[in-house]
Design a protein around this ligand. Structure first.
Ligand SMILES: NC(=O)c1ccc[n+]([C@@H]2O[C@H](COP(=O)([O-])OP(=O)(O)OC[C@H]3O[C@@H](n4cnc5c(N)ncnc54)[C@H](OP(=O)(O)O)[C@@H]3O)[C@@H](O)[C@H]2O)c1
Length: 245
């Protein structure tokens, strides 16, 4: 009987309560089982911060502050490298790492695999110019998350007058302008929609090109507005957003 080929797909993330090196493989195998896959194409460390392992995704103390683990993301990374060696994942990367954290990972003397990407919040209100230049200079791709400004926090990006004017100029939607903007910055961009019509719309972004002037105009909307701040973790030793870069 022919061997059934290994089935793999997609990107998944290692959550903060699984940063203990001994738990990294446990978490990965749990995800593979839930997804009914043999391997993942890409596995990301979701945050540089480790939390106390257990049932709670975000374990809090009585004052509502996250309970950290004493892990280091460098050690967690080593356990993720083992996943590549064992064939459970094809590539590994990070998410929400600041430039210093990324630098310390890249400078690791026994680094076996470089992070293939840094997945960071990025949209016209948080353009991340410096961090993106930093990643590109070190040959780490950048994945722009929350490119439309998300939903719950209710930014007005999808109704921003500048974006709307530019959208009208190209006869495109505001979402398409926001996605195309990131593509022209050579970023990987991951808009999310649960609506089939909008999913279709979000793919129709390869039949036009924003002019340099329009790109500059969108860039000038930056106001360093971070939506995913994760306030309960601000006192964590590895909280990534204290550094303004
Ligand atoms: N690494 C991290 O820490 C991190 C953090 C946050 C998010 N992410 C990832 O980033 C991706 C996207 O982030 P996100 O969902 O927070 O934000 P987003 O993609 O910027 O925004 C999603 C919102 O936009 C709406 N939308 C999508 N397409 C639209 C369109 N064409 N027109 C109008 N509205 C549209 C969606 O509503 P409908 O569903 O109703 O269309 C939803 O409310 C996800 O894959 C997520 O996992 C990663």
């Amino acid at each position: 009987m022919a061997k059934i080929p290994a089935v793999g797909l997609g990107t998944w993330k290692l959550w903060c309560t699984y940063h203990e090196p001994s738990l990294v493989k446990v978490a990965c195998k749990k995800s593979l089982k839930a997804l009914k896959l043999d391997y993942l194409d890409l596995y990301l460390m979701h945050w540089p911060m480790g939390f106390q392992p257990g049932e709670e995704d975000v374990p809090l103390d009585l004052s509502g502050i996250v309970i950290p683990s004493d892990t280091s993301f460098l050690k967690t990374w080593e356990a993720m490298e083992d996943l590549v060696i064992k064939g459970l994942v094809k590539d590994i990367g990070v998410s929400n790492f600041n430039h210093e954290q990324l630098e310390s990972l890249l400078n690791k003397s026994d680094l076996k695999f470089k992070p293939i990407t840094n997945q960071i919040e990025c949209h016209p209100y948080l353009t991340q110019k410096n961090l993106i230049s930093f990643c590109k200079a070190r040959d780490v791709s950048v994945t722009a998350y929350r490119p439309l400004g998300g939903s719950r926090e209710g930014t007005d990006l999808l109704n921003n007058p500048t974006i709307r004017r530019i959208a009208n100029h190209y006869n495109k939607s505001c979402a398409q302008i926001l996605i195309r903007f990131q593509i022209q910055r050579d970023l990987i961009v991951i808009p999310k929609s649960t609506n089939p019509k909008r999913i279709q719309e979000n793919i129709q972004v390869f039949d036009f090109e924003l002019t340099e002037n329009h790109m500059d105009e969108i860039m000038s909307l930056n106001r360093n507005l971070r939506l995913a701040t994760f306030p309960t973790t601000e006192s964590h030793k590895d909280y990534p957003f204290h550094i303004d870069f």
